[in-house]
Write a protein that binds this ligand. Structure first.
Ligand code: NAD
Length: 496
């Protein structure tokens, strides 16, 4: 540990201050490109979770935060949005160091979070109540939307601050307070992010961060009696555990659990556009995205031509150091994820799929945590490579006959996060869009997402929606108020 002692240390961020973890223990966080530890992260546990929830609960119940008007909350969020943009290079550099995201992409991704906070800042004072014209005489009846309370935000390593902000911005606009539990692989950016809230003028305790391992510090947050809602993005296994624990406490959840999304290309599609969409759909971020279009469904008559074009295009991709602006494919974010992807490549080969591009790691690059962009043909939809989420740069190509066949194969998975259809026919586009059981369907594009538009999954891809105006409702309770204007309170002992 001696050479690690010189590394910067990140503690927990509780009640407006960075504090050491109660255990006094830290663990290293590594740069996936170099394989070197670059910082130490506090190993939080139940005591830290309890302290963070106590701070968030106190900030929710009393003091400045609950006394702010919704417009004042919005003003604070706008200040924060500007601070995010001003600090985007610094935050992006931390994310790149922690998960190997491309420098070329990550700065823009962090800057865009400013727009997220501006959008929800604008919504904060537009949560309007309804007056209800009831069938009862002599009463005035209306609804009121109130913040749920302390929200727990649990995130994975692939887009740490983005996936945090998808939950945090609507939660704050609603008036909730939060405790964030980032992935143990990418915790540093959340601590730096939390410090911006103090600069923006948020009262202490409104935003807290605890770091460490899921079962040690994440689970106590979910189980804590004073947390009201859990917003989670990550893998299915952790998602199920969190859902079960939340159910025991009768808490609400939003879960975003990944997918195996079909990218469907018909024979009348503009293939130049489609090929770009296929490549960005599955190879961006080295395939480590929940909405990856990892199943390419191609109409039989153009199968060979599409595969030829893909192989030609993807072969030119520059793999390497994510800090270099011309790098197009970076490392895999974590060693377990690298091992998982390589094991799926072997599974595909064992199942009889044909590897027409890639299929190997690159031990010669950095610390060797690279997987070549990989394309399998000869895949049928029953194979594990077609059914299970790889979360890496691995595309499987499946031929189909016609619209019905495309829809049948497209829906024949347990997931339902996203899908796309490439065609010049409006009829085909509408037919497939209607039939696909997925939370997002793109027509002649892939990957467009925005703070303005809901995102989430059907089936095992999750529960609830993030982004868009309705996302704020996940963080609100509805209260119905009955005021007597001229109601004669009935005597319960006299039958009417
Ligand atoms: P994970 O689901 O294990 O962890 C995600 C977050 O949940 C982390 O912060 C983790 O500490 C926390 N966590 C884990 N168990 C918990 C528990 N019992 N209680 C509370 N918190 C808990 O994800 P991972 O290990 O980072 O990746 C596993 C797989 O998940 C990947 O291989 C990939 O397939 C998938 N994944 C999906 C997404 C997505 O966007 N949907 C993102 C990353 C990973």
């Amino acid at each position: 540990m001696s050479n690690l002692d010189s590394l910067p240390k990140y503690g927990q961020y509780i009640n407006g201050a960075e504090v050491p973890p109660a255990s006094g223990e830290y663990f290293p966080t590594e740069n996936p490109y170099s394989g070197e530890a670059w910082a130490l992260i506090g190993r939080g546990g139940k005591a830290d979770a309890d302290a963070a929830v106590a701070a968030a609960h106190a900030a929710f119940e009393q003091g400045e935060w609950p006394s702010l008007t919704a417009s004042q909350r919005g003003k604070l969020m706008r200040k924060l949005a500007d601070l995010i943009v001003a600090n985007a290079e610094h935050l992006a550099e931390i994310e790149r160091r922690d998960n190997g995201k491309l420098a070329a992409e990550v700065v823009a991704q962090v800057k865009y979070l400013g727009d997220y906070f501006h959008y929800y800042a604008g919504l904060a004072d537009k949560i309007e109540s309804h007056v209800i014209p009831t069938d009862k005489k002599g009463v005035f009846c209306y609804t009121k939307y109130e913040a749920k309370g302390v929200v727990v935000i649990i995130t994975p390593w692939n887009s740490p601050l983005t996936l945090t902000s998808w939950k945090l911005a609507p939660a704050l606009a609603a008036g909730c307070t939060v405790v964030i539990k980032p992935s143990e692989f990418t915790s540093a950016s959340a601590i730096e992010f939390a410090k911006l809230f103090a600069q923006a003028g948020f009262p202490p305790g409104v935003v807290n961060v605890v770091t460490g391992f899921g079962h040690e510090v994440g689970a106590p947050l979910v189980e804590h009696p004073d947390t009201a809602h859990i917003g989670f993005t990550g893998g299915e296994i952790a998602g199920q555990k969190i859902y079960e624990a939340a159910a025991r406490g009768l808490k609400t959840v939003t879960l975003e659990l990944g997918g195996k999304s079909p990218n469907i290309v018909f024979d009348d599609a503009d293939l130049d556009q489609a090929v770009k969409g296929i490549v960005s759909g599955v190879f961006a971020a080295s395939g480590q995205t929940c909405q990856a279009g990892s199943r390419l469904l191609v109409q039989e008559s153009i199968h060979d031509e599409v595969v030829r074009r893909l192989v030609e295009f993807v072969s030119t991709a520059k793999i390497g150091d994510p800090s270099q602006l011309d790098t197009q494919v970076g490392p895999i974010a974590t060693r377990p994820q690298f091992d998982k992807i390589m094991s799926y490549i072997q599974i595909a080969k064992d199942e009889g799929a044909k590897c027409v591009l890639g299929g190997k790691s690159r031990p010669d690059l950095g610390a060797g945590q690279f997987v070549e962009p990989t394309i399998f043909t000869g895949v049928n939809n029953k194979m594990r490579i077609a059914q299970e989420e790889v979360f890496g740069p691995v595309l499987c190509v499946i031929p189909f006959k016609d619209e019905e066949d495309a829809v049948r194969i497209g829906n024949d998975v347990l997931y339902g996060l996203a899908g796309a259809v490439w065609t010049k026919s409006l009829h085909r586009a509408m037919y497939v869009t209607d039939k696909l059981k997925a939370g997002t369907v793109w027509v002649n594009n892939y990957r467009a997402t925005s703070f303005t538009s809901p995102f989430g999954g059907y089936k095992r891809s999750g529960i609830g929606r993030e982004s868009g105006a309705d996302a704020i409702k996940e963080y609100l309770e509805t209260k119905c108020v009955w005021i007597s204007t001229d109601l004669d309170v009935p005597n319960p002992f006299i039958r009417r």
